[in-house]
Design a protein around this ligand. Sequence first.
Ligand code: ZN
Length: 162
Amino acid sequence: MIIDIGNRKIKINNNILVEIYHSRQLNQRDCEAGGMLIGSIIRDSNDIIIEDLTMPIKGDINSRTRYVRSEKHNKLLEQKWIDSQYTKMYFGEWHTHPQDIPFVSLQDIRNWMNLMKESKTETNLLVFLIAGNTVYKVWIGNRIKKSIHQIYEGDYSDFTIS
Ligand SMILES: [Zn+2]
């Protein structure tokens, strides 16, 4: 799936969207799931590819309406950074919401703002994704402008589910 934001394109690989799709909170008691989005910048362009992610692991805090990932995700990220010969880097966050159409909460925005400030990564743009049961939405955060805005809304029919 490719989002064109004018001066650059953001590609989110199918397998990433499929993993997120399968993490949706379809049952009454399913907890929020989430993790990091990991990607790289295409050489000789501004284009971004989100090609990896981390999934919930033991140590994360989660409930029906809350997900806080543990420090362990940083270890996973570091390994991917090394294994990819320093091309795959931290590119943002994904999490689920127990809603058909996900609405971003004030807490989400606060968390993202914080991550934009604190994250050690080589990109000035970060990608944030919230997956609802029938719709998912994507935001872009600009670390220089300190701004976040929504760039995409999809209904999961925009990629192949396997
Ligand atoms: Zn949220």
